[in-house]
Design a protein around this ligand. Structure first.
Ligand SMILES: [Zn+2]
Length: 270
């Protein structure tokens, strides 16, 4: 039995020269890999890649919160219509909320230079992300698909919006919230993705200790978040994540794989 990698960006240009080798290495250690898009361009790359490696690479499409500020409502709606027509998706993602990006975007506006930092108002930038996120949650529920959710400095608000929209199946990717926020997500039935960040993030280790294995799935977020900082990440590294979780939880590797695979089946149906 092999584990699954639930969140990657294998269309990234850092894989252009050796993707075949990356996939070859992954096939020895990983059962399946989800590839998630970020905008119209990368969504199409996801589809092309998953068609070439059908059955091993599985697609998720959406608009990343980082990109939301660059798009008009019309462009967002057009992409949602495109996604709605796809037949072989395993999830809607990567979507969610990123308050760091919302603040950076708002501060790049010249009118912000006139204000004292304490008077900064990020509501407009945040509302735009929330509006798009709501559309993707509704789309996922409508299509009966799980959400592959990004939340940076926005865990509390992300969970609140998911709850309001009655999101049915949720993977919280790169979860950087508190234990309390993680516990709330788990109570709502959401799964928390643990990845290669568990090698250097104290918060992730604490999360692994505090949350039951029954709430976990695995991810790498390749090409970023490699176990060694600055290196390129790849799905084969999931094997080390399994070892690390087994060690922290003091259980066997096959228990980690068995339980996370049950969650993968529940969320994505494979
Ligand atoms: Zn990602």
């Amino acid at each position: 039995m092999k584990p699954a990698d639930c969140h990657t960006h294998l269309y990234d240009k850092s894989f252009d020269h050796d993707l075949d080798k990356v996939i070859e290495r992954a096939k020895k250690l990983v059962s399946k890999i989800i590839v998630v898009g970020e905008d119209a361009e990368t969504n199409r790359k996801v589809l092309a890649l998953c068609k070439t490696h059908k059955g091993f690479l599985l697609p998720g499409l959406a608009i990343h919160p980082d990109r939301v500020h660059l798009l008009t409502d019309e462009e967002v709606n057009k992409e949602i219509e495109f996604i709605r027509k796809q037949k072989d998706l395993v999830c809607i993602g990567e979507c969610g909320l990123d308050w760091l990006k919302a603040e950076q975007f708002a501060m790049a506006n010249p009118s912000f230079k006139m204000l004292e930092p304490k008077n900064f108002d990020f509501r407009e930038a945040k509302q735009k992300q929330i509006g798009v996120f709501r559309k993707f949650i509704r789309l996922a529920n409508e299509m009966g698909l799980a959400l592959n959710v990004h939340s940076r400095r926005a865990e509390k608000d992300t969970i609140a919006v998911l709850k309001e929209e009655k999101a049915e199946k949720v993977l919280m990717h790169g979860f950087s919230g508190t234990i309390k926020e993680a516990e709330e997500a788990v109570l709502l039935g959401y799964k928390i993705a643990i990845g290669t960040t568990v090698f250097y993030s104290k918060q992730k280790v604490e999360l692994v200790k505090a949350i039951p294995l029954e709430a976990f799935v695995l991810e790498t977020d390749s090409p970023v978040c490699a176990p060694e900082k600055g290196a390129r990440n790849e799905p084969a590294n999931i094997a080390s994540v399994v070892r690390r979780i087994a060690k922290i939880k003091n259980i066997t590797r096959s228990e980690v794989i068995k339980i996370t695979n049950t969650n993968v089946k529940e969320l994505f149906g494979f």
